[in-house]
Design a binder for this molecule. Structure first.
Ligand SMILES: [Zn+2]
Length: 326
């Protein structure tokens, strides 16, 4: 019988690094408490990543061998080269991340976009729909797409930037990428906080302003908390978010004939107050509605571990023979 194989998985996001060890079936063997990313300095960030890897190896060497390393990183990542072209919230710029990590650790390594690795975990361990999309709604909007049981990455790896699908080019909202009307500018947790602040400013005695203390302090979390109390102003802001998400999802389904959409990230945790308007908007905007089976639009299943677990799974799939293969 083959020796069991284990991989280290990391999720290097804009603000923190989550990591652990899984086996080839994605079973979590070890999970570290997330550590903060040290600002935007590239060398400091690399050192922090290597520290996390060394800690996990120290825990496992001699007991169960680690045979591969997988990393999901925020930003535009070339596949399979694992070169980070640019990362919006970290210091990585044109950085050969995979090569650096492989050289420093001696482990066969894969580096992919963090939403892709999370999508892969949701596919492998959660929904298993051969044609599905995963959309994460947090500070920004990201996602991944599985087509015929494989991650679709485009020609160089930087595809499926779902958050930068333009849905409202003549609207008022400019995206962090510089374009007007990206889905991320209209349907992220950041956008939800902005909508909530504006609503609270015109209703200073309402639930949103009361929960946050002052209107400018309303965040996406405030809006979700108020919505779960049944506050109609908060529910209206989530409907606004759901409207834009439904348009984005309709376009994805029109293009790829997907059978399932999984919604993850902090904002999606609010559940039905977001899911219901998403489904209504999707059904309004998808083409040939009465001539197709409508896809399920459901909550993601793995929570904040999805990014690093998916990275570990990808590493074991792409390096099935472990250290002897690169
Ligand atoms: Zn954008």
């Amino acid at each position: 019988m083959d020796r069991p194989r284990y991989a280290i998985g990391l999720d290097v996001g804009g603000t923190k690094i989550a990591a652990g060890v899984t086996d080839a079936q994605g079973k979590v063997i070890t999970r570290l408490a997330p550590v903060l990313c040290p600002g935007s300095d590239q060398d400091a960030l690399l050192a922090a990543v290597l520290n996390v890897i060394e800690e996990l190896r120290a825990r496992h060497d001699g007991v169960t061998g680690i045979t591969a390393l997988g990393v999901g990183a925020a930003g535009l990542v070339d596949w399979p080269q694992g070169r980070i072209r640019t990362a919006p919230n970290s210091g990585f710029r044109d950085m050969p991340f995979r090569a650096l990590l492989q050289e420093a650790t001696g482990l066969p390594t894969v580096v992919d976009n963090d939403a892709n690795t999370a999508c892969w975990a949701e596919f492998r361990l959660g929904h298993r729909a051969p044609y599905m999309a995963f959309i994460t709604i947090g500070t920004g909007v990201g996602g991944g797409i599985v087509l015929a049981d494989r991650l679709f990455r485009g020609s160089s790896g930087i595809g499926t930037e779902i958050g930068h699908m333009v849905v409202d080019p003549y609207g008022p909202e400019r995206c962090g990428c510089g374009t007007v009307g990206c889905l991320e500018a209209l349907a992220s947790g950041t956008a939800l906080g902005r909508y909530g602040s504006a609503a609270a400013a015109s209703d200073p005695d309402g639930t949103l302003a009361t929960l946050a203390g002052r209107a400018p302090q309303v965040t996406g979390e405030t809006v979700s908390a108020a919505a779960l109390q049944g506050d109609s102003t908060a529910l209206a802001q989530l409907e606004r978010l759901g409207h834009w998400l439904g348009i984005g999802i309709a376009t994805l389904v029109n293009l790829f004939d997907l059978e399932l959409i999984a919604l993850g990230g902090g904002v999606a945790q609010v559940g039905d107050p977001l899911l219901k308007p998403v489904r209504a908007s999707f059904e309004h905007f998808v083409t040939a509605r009465s001539h197709r089976d409508l896809p399920d639009i459901v909550p993601a299943q793995l929570g904040t571990d999805a990014g690093w677990i998916g990275a570990a799974l990808l590493a074991l799939e792409h390096h099935p023979k472990g250290r002897n293969q690169s």
